[in-house]
Ligand binder design. Structure first.
Ligand code: 13P
Ligand code: SF4
Length: 376
């Protein structure tokens, strides 16, 4: 994805994306690793590197802390000692870190083009229209819940209207929290996480509607809206929606006894066909804690799966559900070259690719994120 392809929102947030200087191209893996380690050591306690589980091996090996979105947000909120937080992940994660960290801390995303296509599926102006239309249709007791995979402007909107942010790690208690405060939930931007979580909590599919922001009044019938407990924004993850039921069936035939575990961004039918479902941290913990001799087929991003397979072999057999392997191309944007470049610059007192959430959005984004951190 090029900067030109980023959404209106991201362009306004990102500003100028500086190209990687030529001198950072064509370095050998060993040279890069050696230089990153050296610069990191020079920066010492002033630097905190956070790494999401989907990052490449050559990058995540330098992370001081790895985790899912929830765990990394907690780290950002709790580690006020470092001057710089280099976030090896995607844009919305770095934005959350900027809001949750102390004002004097600076958050850096090694490549500003590391966005998230799902987060781009909900823009603040679309949400405003949706909210007005819901009111016009009589849906006035709605709590907005946004997945952390969304822009800060969306989080701020939710915070200001009594809503909250959730992650795949705390989606169920968050929905409980929201239904204690309103009859209906507007869940965005991932319809699948919303549907899978609500269904698991006993809400039937016919009490959920999909709101298409590109259609007038979301394309939703007034009667269906009245009956709905969940209003699901029509967004999805292009990586996780690649997993299919035939893939689950295939693995059950080829590896009888294998357990299938998937991320809740997968479609409802895939989650139903799987044995278990949870955040990236949950998947890692569950598989790591399984008895030796277990076989697992995993439906999530390939870097997590490959790393787990290598770490747990030969005691456990770990397979990817998708034979081609699902890659998140925006997570992949963060290369060791970019990491070395931003670290070298920090050592020299120069900041590249800082993520700054505008002041006007910060307050309500923080409210929504603080509520998230309290729910688990
Ligand atoms: P986790 O919070 O489960 O790590 O998920 C983040 C994400 O973007 C999954 O696609
Ligand atoms: Fe976004 Fe999907 Fe990549 Fe996660 S895997 S960062 S939801 S595009």
């Amino acid at each position: 994805m090029d900067v030109e392809e980023l959404t209106r929102f991201e362009q306004s947030q990102i500003g100028e994306r500086q190209p990687l200087p030529d001198r950072y191209l064509g370095l050998s893996d060993d040279e890069m690793a050696e230089r990153i380690a050296r610069t990191r050591a020079e920066l010492g306690e002033r630097l905190l590197i956070l790494g999401h589980h989907y990052q490449r091996d050559e990058v995540i090996r330098f992370a001081d802390c790895t985790g899912d979105s929830f765990k990394l947000a907690r780290q950002a909120a709790g580690r006020h000692d470092a001057d710089y937080i280099v976030f090896c992940g995607v844009h919305f994660m770095a934005e959350s870190a900027d809001v949750l960290s102390a004002p004097r801390q600076q958050v850096i995303l090694p490549d500003l083009a590391a966005g998230c296509s799902m987060a781009d599926m909900a823009a603040a102006d679309q949400l405003e229209v949706c909210w007005d239309e819901l009111q016009a249709l009589g849906a006035t007791d709605v709590v907005p819940v946004t997945y952390i995979n969304s822009a800060a402007s969306i989080k701020a909107f939710c915070g200001e209207r009594g809503g909250v942010v959730c992650t795949s790690g705390n989606a169920e208690p968050t929905l409980r929290w929201a239904w204690a405060r309103g009859r209906q939930i507007l869940f965005l931007p991932d319809q699948h996480l919303g549907r899978n979580t609500a269904y698991r909590m006993g809400v039937p599919l016919d009490e959920m509607v999909v709101w298409d922001p590109d259609l007038p009044y979301g394309g939703v019938e007034a009667e269906a809206l009245r009956n709905a407990r969940m209003i699901l924004w029509k967004g999805h993850c292009s990586v996780h929606t690649r997993f299919t039921v035939p893939q689950v069936e295939h693995v059950r035939r080829s590896h009888p006894g294998a357990r299938v575990i998937v991320h809740p961004e997968c479609t409802w039918d895939v989650v139903q066909a799987a044995d278990d479902c949870g955040s990236t941290e949950y998947i890692i913990d569950k598989v790591t804690g399984s008895p030796p001799g277990s076989t697992w087929a995993i439906g999530t991003e390939i870097h997590l799966v490959s790393r787990l397979a290598a770490r747990l072999a030969p005691e456990r057999t770990i397979l990817t559900l998708d034979p081609i392997g699902c890659l998140c191309s925006t997570m992949f944007r963060v290369s060791p070259n970019h990491l070395l470049w931003v670290l070298d610059a920090l050592r020299d007192g120069v900041i590249h690719n800082r993520i700054v959430v505008p002041e006007r959005e910060k307050e309500w984004t923080r409210v929504a994120l603080d509520r998230m951190l309290e729910i688990h």
